[in-house]
Design a binder for this molecule. Sequence first.
Ligand SMILES: [Zn+2]
Length: 118
Amino acid sequence: MGKIRNDIILIIVLAALIVSSFIWWFLSSVDEPNRLYVNIYYDEKLLYSTPLDENNEYVVKGKIGDVHIVIEDGYVSVVEADCPNHICVEEGKKNKNNDTITCLPNLVYVKIGGHIDV
Ligand SMILES: [Zn+2]
C-alpha cells in the first residue's frame, strides 16, 4: 500500500516539474525581455526587425545609393555606403539598447531596441 502511494506521489511531483519547466520555457521564449533587435528604417519606414544575436547582412536601397549593414557576433555596423561623408561607416560597431546609426544622405536609420512587427 505505502509503496504504491509513494510511487503516485513521485509521479505527481515529476509531472508537476515537467509542466512547470515547460511553462517557464514557454514564457521565457515568448517574452525574451533581454533579446535585442536591429530595426532598420528607410525614410522613417521600418524595413527589418532582426535579432542582434543572429549574423545577417542587409543591403538597403537608400535615397542616393546602397547602404550595406552587417550584423555579426552581436554587433551591428554599416560596412559600406554610397554617401559622400561616410559618417555612418565611421560610427563603427554598435551593440547597446537605443544605439543608432544614421546615414542621413540615404535616409537610412538603424536602431537597436525591442522587436517591432514589420
Ligand atoms: Zn552614410
